[in-house]
Design a protein around this ligand. Structure first.
Ligand SMILES: O=C(CO)[C@H](O)[C@H](O)COP(=O)(O)O
Ligand SMILES: [Fe+2]
Length: 231
């Protein structure tokens, strides 16, 4: 059955880069629903992160669900490698090339779940012809490339527009960038169900103090669930 419950997906971009295995185990033990992996190429975004071998190394530590956010262009030549590395879901950017439909078909052909992401400057309606192909729409609420940026408030309206476009299709809406207990409520009210949080989950904690991650995850979840009940 389609899971409409609130899902918190910590971004390991904010984890200790010398200790990914333990960091993943810590966030999962402390209540993370998914593990979000940010792949950056130094071209589509001004930062460089994880190639397929790194994702393959994360895989055995992830017991929940690994969503891989590809901020790379071109994206098509690398889809199979990230699927083989063990992604449960691959998300590509609409802005990554002229053929997002082909890109989504290529992701689906690997058998992984598939998502399309929109930058803050990209309007919602560009994905109207793609919705039948996706399991998730990722609304970027910061310009992609770095963790710790300030939430862009117009993302809330975009989430509402996409929820309306989705209708009764079983598609998740994920929001990524600057999500914390103060920004999550309006996003839930607008129709999002999955929340990436990097700095808001990892701040103040470490693998030696994992209870801090637990507190941070609970604070986001409680704010989200309160907004859900109020809706
Ligand atoms: O895709 C991303 C950046 O491009 C990250 O997932 C995002 O920035 C998470 O970090 P934070 O919660 O600190 O904003
Ligand atoms: Fe991300």
């Amino acid at each position: 059955m389609f899971d409409r419950s609130i899902k918190i997906a910590p971004s390991i971009l904010s984890a200790d880069f010398a200790n990914f295995g333990q960091e993943i185990q810590a966030i999962e033990a402390q209540g993370a629903d998914w593990v979000h992996v940010d792949v950056m190429d130094g071209h589509f975004v001004p930062n460089l992160t994880f190639g397929p071998p790194a994702v393959k190394a994360f895989r055995p530590h992830v017991k929940t669900f690994m969503d891989v956010h590809l901020m790379i262009a071109p994206v098509d030549p690398y889809i199979e490698a990230y699927a083989e590395a063990g992604a449960d879901m691959i998300v590509a950017h609409w802005e990554a090339g002229p053929h997002p439909h082909r890109t989504l078909q290529a992701i689906k052909a690997t058998g992984t779940k598939c998502g399309i992401s929109l930058n803050p400057g990209t309007p919602a309606n560009v994905i109207s012809e793609l919705l039948d192909l996706v399991d998730m729409v990722l609304v970027m609420s910061v310009n992609p490339g770095f963790g710790g940026q300030k939430f862009i408030p117009s993302s809330v309206h975009k989430v509402a527009q996409i929820r309306e476009m989705i209708g009764d299709r079983e598609i998740h809406i994920q929001v990524d960038g600057g999500v914390d207990p103060t920004t999550v409520g309006p996003l839930v009210a607008a129709g999002a169900d999955c929340f990436v949080a990097g700095s808001a989950v990892f701040k103040g904690g470490s693998v030696d103090t994992p209870e801090v991650y637990g507190r941070n995850i609970r604070a986001i979840r409680e704010a989200a669930e309160a907004a859900q009940q109020a809706a």
